[in-house]
Design a protein around this ligand. Structure first.
Ligand SMILES: [Zn+2]
Ligand SMILES: [Zn+2]
Length: 392
């Protein structure tokens, strides 16, 4: 089969590889009908995630048709259409029973690698390095799905792939980010980063009852997309100058009640700490460029909440912890427990209340992946979200 493989820093290739096989009686093999490139795939592309190996198949946002199931899979069969959440959960461990699927204790066979770095391991993930399990990803014609009776959700009607594929990661991620804010009636929510997760955090903030949502980015197309609902306010930080002052002005001097950092470790910024971060990251002294997080903590009103869906790994410094303490902020963060949101969000899509496909800017074939990774990274051609159809 054809698959999109990591080939070193800044290199992706489409390669012919062996078809995946059932390795465990609880596996299923899925023929991928639609897959997407995620912002967090860029962390791999840019070489920030250790333990990637040349030839690793990328991709953790995918859906398709079940073509084969192992002998112990009970609730799926060949022909079923499924979406597959990016964290692989076993369904039986302490964390899975607590519905903290992304913290599953059983699905990362290489847990020791992450433990060595961070002291713990969460769930294994598709196409996300060997330290997260070394699972082949879904940017391919076929993919092996472990614990197939726990993870996939069946799509039982004719809803197009494009409307449901983002249930695998970024839609629940944006939703959980907003949910973690604990939005109260009358709240103003500020969202740093208007990439796909930021867009869905904005959408979800409205769903959860925000009175105002302010979107912060520097890319005009992203800000325009955020504004399409006719009610989200925007702040272009390259034009606004001082985001702290601008937000204060917009909120009567108080600061936003809830702040979402949907930027994560590839944040850009022009102040001194941002420049220092780039130097340090180049020297491998720090993993993260946490400018947006620092700013969110700095801007959030006293007693507010900072929610962090953006992916952080490793250590970050110069976090204004004293400010967070002094203001009595609540910080909530973490990998998305996708499974908890699938059904509820799917029902909204089925009822026509929600159509997440509006963020798609590029529809391509697997063969286009090398070019598309570059385009997506450089935000060229107004690129916000890329989907790939392996059958095209
Ligand atoms: Zn993703
Ligand atoms: Zn588990």
């Amino acid at each position: 089969m054809k698959a999109v493989c990591w080939w070193g820093k800044g290199k992706v290739r489409v390669v012919d590889v062996p078809d995946p096989k059932i390795l465990n009686p609880r596996d299923a093999i899925v023929r991928v009908t639609l897959t997407a490139i995620c912002g967090s795939d860029l962390h791999l592309y840019d070489g920030y995630v250790p333990t990637m190996m040349k030839g690793d198949i990328l991709g953790h946002e995918f859906m398709g048709e079940v073509v084969e199931v192992g002998s112990e899979v009970k609730n799926l069969r060949a022909g079923d259409r499924v979406i597959v959440p990016f964290p692989i959960a076993c369904g039986g461990c302490f964390f899975c029973k607590e519905k903290m699927w992304a913290a599953c204790d059983n699905t990362n066979p290489n847990a020791w690698m992450v433990e060595a770095l961070m002291g713990f391991s969460g769930a294994g993930m598709y196409g996300y390095s060997h330290m997260y399990g070394g699972y082949a990803g879904g940017q391919a014609e076929y993919v092996r799905v472990p614990f197939a009776d726990v993870n996939p959700t069946k799509i039982e009607n004719g809803i197009p792939d494009e409307k449901v594929v983002f249930l695998t990661d970024i839609l629940p991620t944006g939703y959980m980010a907003a949910e973690n804010c604990g939005i109260q009636p009358g709240d103003t929510v500020a969202v740093w980063g208007c990439g796909p997760v930021g867009q869905f955090a904005i959408l979800s903030s409205w769903m959860l009852g925000a009175a105002r949502v302010i979107a912060i980015d520097r890319v005009p197309e992203r800000l325009r997309l955020a504004q399409r609902d006719g009610r989200t306010e925007i702040l272009n930080y390259e034009e606004a100058g001082d985001v702290f002052e601008a937000l204060k002005e917009l909120t009567g001097g108080r600061g936003p009640d809830r702040c979402i950092d949907a930027v994560g470790m590839e944040g850009h910024g022009h102040t001194v700490d941002a420049v220092l971060d780039r130097v340090k990251q180049a020297m491998k002294l720090t993993f993260d460029r946490a400018h947006s997080l620092r700013q969110a903590i700095h801007c959030c009103r006293k007693g507010g909440t900072v929610s962090i869906p953006g992916v952080y790994a490793g250590f970050i410094d110069k976090v204004p912890f004293g400010t967070a303490f002094g203001k009595g902020l609540t910080l909530k963060m973490g990998q998305t427990h996708v499974h908890n949101y699938t059904r509820m969000l799917l029902e909204k899509i089925e009822r026509g209340e929600l159509d997440p496909s509006y963020i798609i800017t590029h529809r391509v074939r697997l063969d286009d992946a090398p070019q598309m990774y570059e385009t997506f990274r450089d935000k060229e051609n107004d690129c916000i979200k890329v989907v790939m159809n392996p059958a095209a």
